[in-house]
Ligand binder design. Structure first.
Ligand code: ARG
Length: 463
């Protein structure tokens, strides 16, 4: 027997079961129901105001859509794959509830502009909410930087000790990465704030519709200028995916730092019980699982971006059914991004630092070496290359004798440098190292203080 669907008029047989399973999107686009109701109400109001349907028909539809929304919110709606998607579910139920008037809702629109409108609305709402979450993360980073403004920390290149820096400087290096992500998110929001509604299947509607009015009812600030572009466009989703990927990569690198630094080998960082887990076999373990999971999520988020790009590649113009799958990637990345931002903030709420272990490693890593070389340049006018050589002698000697640079006696230095040069004592004091750094953006405490001010300012300028 033939099943009745919204499009089955010219069909004599039902779709096969596998075809229905391939066709359906209700398993995931049900999450668009609030947006689908809102867009349908805006469309019906516009149809009424433009006298395309009568005021009483419009009112009936609006009332019916509210009833359908209530049913879905209360978990009363049953979803069936034969009804394909959220649009058909809502329209079908509307007609069941209010009768003939329900059949007029689809006047001058198509599921193509409908799904595009719903997805724009959905992403706008989520992106705006994530903007608030991202701000909280940024404020947490600033608070930590402020708290540890002059704490000594280790700067690495190649995962090898490089130079002493301030803990605040390292924290702020991540602040700026996420601060740029916020700019990117604002771009996502601006680009998504455009209504496709009224583009209908792709060429526009055969009724005197007012697209600007429907867009205004939905809170969009503008409409797509071209109906074919309106149903085809997925740029706004690509923008979000790029934002998601970049944020995830920033988070992943911070998590990787935290995972390394919390190991016994480093011992710089402790993550609290709230954000760590134990081992079922090794009773002594406290594992940084949450940070590891956040690091891992970047792979999934990159995968979603790739999936969308590959889906789009080679599509001919306007709507093609392939596009239905875009929501699978988008919805997943939205959830993952929310977890990353909130999870990272939570980790940073349960973190403590052990500068003493940092200092030990700085000593072991001969972190004063560059400072000594620069001192020789400044005091004795040596060329930097030559100074480099002299310091290398000290390092080699220390390594052979199991010493750190600050353990060297004046006699040892005189011997290694043939009495040519001597060192001012404070050069070997690790805490003095950041103070010798000069220039904007350096780890000099005064510069970091200014940097912190700029960071605060960069948040105050926001709406
Ligand atoms: N479920 C579809 C989607 O998500 C809605 C649009 C279907 N359009 C069509 N012409 N079959 O893309």
């Amino acid at each position: 027997m033939k099943q009745e669907t919204l499009w089955s008029g010219r069909f004599t047989e039902s779709a096969s079961n596998i075809a229905q399973r391939i066709s359906e999107s209700i398993s995931y686009d049900r999450y668009l129901f609030e947006q689908d109701i809102a867009a349908s109400k805006a469309h019906a109001r516009m149809l009424g105001e433009q006298k395309i349907i009568t005021p009483s028909q419009a009112e009936n539809i609006l009332r019916g859509l509210d009833l359908v929304a209530e049913e879905i919110r209360n978990g009363k709606m049953e979803f069936h794959i034969e009804l394909e998607d959220i649009h058909t579910h809502i329209e079908r139920r509307l007609t069941e509830l209010i009768g003939e008037d329900g059949k007029r809702l689809h006047t001058g629109r198509s599921r193509n502009d409908q799904v595009a409108t719903d997805t724009h609305l959905y992403l706008l709402e989520k992106a705006r909410a994530q903007r608030e979450l991202l701000l909280q993360l940024l404020h947490r980073l600033l608070a930590l930087a402020e708290q540890h403004l002059t704490t000594l920390w280790a700067g690495y290149t190649h995962t090898q000790i490089a130079q002493p820096v301030l803990l605040s400087h390292w924290i702020l290096s991540y602040f700026w990465q996420f601060r740029r992500d916020l700019d990117l998110l604002d771009f996502v929001i601006t680009e998504t704030d455009r209504s496709p509604l009224g583009a209908a299947a792709m060429g526009g509607a055969n009724y005197p519709i007012d697209r600007d009015q429907a867009a205004a009812f939905l809170g969009f600030s503008r409409i797509y200028e071209n109906s074919m572009d309106a149903v085809a466009n997925r740029d706004y989703q690509m923008n979000y995916h790029f934002f998601a990927v970049r944020l995830a990569l920033h988070a992943s690198r911070l998590c990787e730092d935290l995972i390394l630094y919390s190991s016994a080998e480093f011992g710089y960082v402790k993550m609290g019980d709230a954000v760590t887990t134990g081992s079922s076999i090794m009773p002594q373990k406290k594992n940084p699982d949450i940070a590891e999971l956040l690091r891992g999520k970047s792979g999934r988020i990159i995968g979603n971006f790739n999936a969308l790009m590959i889906n789009l590649k080679g599509l001919p113009s306007t709507y093609n059914r392939d596009l239905q799958e875009d929501k699978v990637y988008l919805f997943d990345s939205i959830v993952q991004v929310e977890q990353i931002i909130c999870g990272l903030t939570e980790i940073l709420n349960h973190i403590s630092f052990s500068p003493r272990n940092v200092k030990e490693n700085l000593e072991r890593g001969f972190a004063q070496a560059t400072d000594i070389a620069d001192y020789l340049v400044a005091t004795y006018g040596l060329a930097f290359r030559e100074a480099h050589e002299y310091v290398a002698r000290l390092v080699l000697y220390c390594e052979r004798h199991g010493k750190t640079l600050s353990m060297l006696t004046k006699e040892e230095i005189d011997k290694l440098w043939e009495g040519k040069y001597s060192l001012a004592a404070d050069i070997l004091i690790l805490e003095s190292s950041p103070m010798r750094r000069q220039g904007k953006g350096s780890t000099n405490p005064n510069e970091v203080k200014k940097q912190l001010g700029k960071a605060h300012e960069s948040l105050q300028d926001l709406l």
